[in-house]
Design a protein around this ligand. Structure first.
Ligand code: NAD
Length: 360
């Protein structure tokens, strides 16, 4: 592969290994223009190293835009550990990985992601301060999912205001695909707000529990995308909005937590052509990183303070939808423009790149 072609604007990519524990890690720092590059560590059995490199770079770039559009003073980074977490996890591996993070002197700050847990972050914390997502009992921000769900809820309110001139979700039909950590918390927020919620998940026991507790209705997992509703909330996996699914959607808006919901960028235009308001995933699901940012700011973490910032996702989405309509573009393109303009405006200030040791 052409490594520097793939870099495409990344400041730095660090490869680290510890043969004794089997650690093979890649840390990608896309941008520290707005602040330390914050992004989770994904522990995954990639089929080959090329896929791991491509994934970590794509994800770290996405983190730059998510932080920028959310108004955070954070850059974009991400890390991957290559291998099966069930077989490889050990204290030695995470401590070796913690030392690798520490060698960056705060230019990269890690957090949980697919395959890593709060407990893993505690092991990393034995070797470096540049780790977030620690348990709340240790002064950390803990599981980001409730904050992510709250952010999606507020993004839905903004979409509702744009479509129906009223942010209130009372009486709106919302279809939630995937009722895991984020989707489950979202169902509770929506039912409390008086929405009619329809859910689906491959985990039938969890579906039955939510039907029982919240009185929601359920459909089969392969029906939820095409269920008639006002708002569709993809909260399971990515690439659900594609050339083949979009014409079959029966909603007026798509607002969910899943990362990379669009199969390709062109799908944002396909949604527009079908008169479906799409709130970009990296805007709607930024509640988790906003919550972690409060912990990363180097003071005692506060849930109350963090959620005040999470709620601002509603105004962020308002301005994105306004800009999209004023400039006859898609919300996805408008959000990308806001993010890149913010990074460019700070990049144009006379400052050197963030130095090692500059993060608290
Ligand atoms: P999770 O694993 O707790 O929940 C995902 C749920 O989706 C599970 O219940 C799973 O059974 C279900 N699911 C999987 N395939 C399905 C299918 N085909 N049909 C219906 N349901 C299916 O994960 P989560 O933390 O709730 O995250 C959900 C999504 O949001 C992911 O895409 C994640 O990357 C994204 N996200 C999460 C956070 C966070 O704070 N947790 C932050 C940003 C983005």
């Amino acid at each position: 592969m052409d490594i520097f072609e793939t870099f495409d604007g990344h400041e730095e990519v660090l490869f680290g290994s510890d043969p004794a524990s089997g650690l093979r890690a890649i840390i990608a720092i896309h941008s520290t223009t707005l602040g330390p590059a914050l992004g989770g560590t994904r522990f995954f059995a990639y089929p080959n190293e090329t896929e791991a490199i491509v994934d970590v770079m794509r994800l770290s770039e996405g983190m730059s835009y998510k932080a920028a559009v959310s108004g955070l003073d954070l850059g974009g980074g991400k890390a991957v550990i290559i291998g099966d977490p069930r077989q490889l996890k050990s204290e030695r591996l995470f401590r070796a990985y913690g030392r690798l993070i520490d060698s960056l002197g705060g230019r990269y700050v890690t957090a949980e992601d697919v395959g890593t847990t709060t407990g893993d972050m505690e092991l990393i914390a034995k070797e470096t301060r540049h780790v977030t997502g620690l348990p709340q009992a240790r002064g950390g921000s803990g599981d980001p999912s409730p904050a992510t769900a709250l952010g999606v809820f507020h993004a839905m309110r903004a979409a509702a205001a744009s479509l129906w001139n009223d942010p209130n979700l009372h009486g709106k039909r919302v279809a939630v695909q995937g009722v895991g950590k984020v989707g489950g918390a979202l169902v509770e927020l929506l039912t409390d707000a008086g929405a009619h919620v329809i859910i689906a998940d491959i985990n039938a026991a969890e579906v039955a529990r939510l039907v029982e507790v919240h009185g929601v209705t359920s459909v089969a997992p392969d029906e939820i995308l095409f269920t008639e509703c006002d708002i569709l909330a993809p909260c399971a996996m990515g690439a659900v909005l594609t050339e083949s699914t979009i014409p079959l959607l029966m909603c007026e808006a798509v607002v969910g937590s899943a990362n990379n919901q669009l199969g390709e960028d062109k799908d944002a235009e396909r949604l527009e052509d079908h008169e479906i308001v799409y709130v970009p995933d990296f805007v709607a699901n930024a509640g988790g990183i906003i919550n972690i940012a409060d912990e990363a700011a180097g003071r005692t973490y506060s849930w109350d303070r963090a959620i005040e910032v999470v709620k601002r996702i509603e105004t962020t989405v308002d301005s994105i939808l306004d800009r999209a309509s004023d400039q006859a573009t898609t919300p996805h393109a408008a959000a990308m423009a806001i993010a890149t303009e913010r990074i460019a405006s700070v990049a144009s200030l006379p400052m050197p790149p963030l130095q090692k040791g500059s993060h608290r």
